[in-house]
Design a protein around this ligand. Sequence first.
Ligand SMILES: Nc1ncnc2c1ncn2[C@@H]1O[C@H](COP(=O)(O)OP(=O)(O)OP(=O)(O)O)[C@@H](O)[C@H]1O
Ligand SMILES: [Mg+2]
Length: 360
Amino acid sequence: MSPSELNDRLFTLTLDFLVVKNASNHYWTHVNPALVRALGYSEQELTSQSSMKFVHPDDRHDTELRAKNVVMTGSLQDYENRYITREGRVIWLSWTAVYDPKDNTVYAVARDITRIKERELQIAQQKLEIAAASKLNALGRLAAGIAHEVNNPLTIVYGQACRLRKLATGGSINQNELQQISEEIEDMSSRIVRIIKGLRAFTRDGSNDPLEFVSVKKIIEDTLVFCRGNFKSSGIELTFDEVPDDLQVYARPVQISQVLLNLLNNAYDVVLEAPEKWVRITVVITETHIEMRVSDSGSGVALELRAHLFEAFFTTKPVGKGTGLGLNIAHAILASHGGDIFLDESAPNTTFVVRLPRVS
Ligand SMILES: Nc1ncnc2c1ncn2[C@@H]1O[C@H](COP(=O)(O)OP(=O)(O)OP(=O)(O)O)[C@@H](O)[C@H]1O
Ligand SMILES: [Mg+2]
């Protein structure tokens, strides 16, 4: 077989798509039968008009830019774009091309990657669904925590109101008693208001908030409001060692709270299965940093899993319970604060450390 016969057979028989294109415009001068079959147009139709007509409208601009680029750089690799077939079906192609200045021509090869793309889309969709399910789960926990927190002061308000009514119907209201009852109602109501206010701040996306000087103690206490109830009702001892009131960090408090809440929820999940049940928050001040440390009495993180903890979608929890995004997001949040989050492997118990630059 002569070399030209061989080229001809290769061009005609290969299942990859081959095109030859004039580099000065978008007209294909030659297209092989594989591309003719894939697009459903005749060879004549494909070569008698701009090839951009077959490109998906959303990809045309980018495809034009890439076409110019091939001429400038001499080649193109793994460029993916969409075409619309005669039947109206969208197909994804992945292109490799070279430019030959001698004849001002581009020689290109493409492959149909529609199946791979559809699979990628399906996986992305599944990840979104899992994330949504886990968000609901997190929301459920938050709601349970709030219900518990609000329930106590509300019970007291209710009790005092009943007492007041009895006193009023009995006709004997003592000045002191009245004062004590109303003070308690006032106290408890303002506690509820604080909780609701905290919840509003907490469920916002804090990523666009400005950095501010904020008390470490307040961040931690605002976070504890959302989980103290759940811990208590599951028999888990939750302790927070005292820190000075004036200890501050320069941070977006809502985001740091979200990081801590994820650590506390992670600890909750493991401790629930442990014979001894406690979670402890301690604050350590070093020369350069403030560390908020969350330790738990759980069984720890297996050695072979440690390298993956902060990867997106790494989770050992059943489907619907965890997305494996908590620590990954926490890591991004700390990085945007010039801080860090890590597992302290030298600590005697499982300890995650949230580290922020020291400012005071
Ligand atoms: N305190 C801990 N003790 C033992 N393993 C932990 C602890 N904290 C996290 N892990 C492990 O790290 C994994 C990833 O945690 P991460 O918070 O990123 O995701 P998740 O809790 O599984 O899901 P999500 O937080 O998105 O709901 C967990 O599934 C668990 O295997
Ligand atoms: Mg988590």
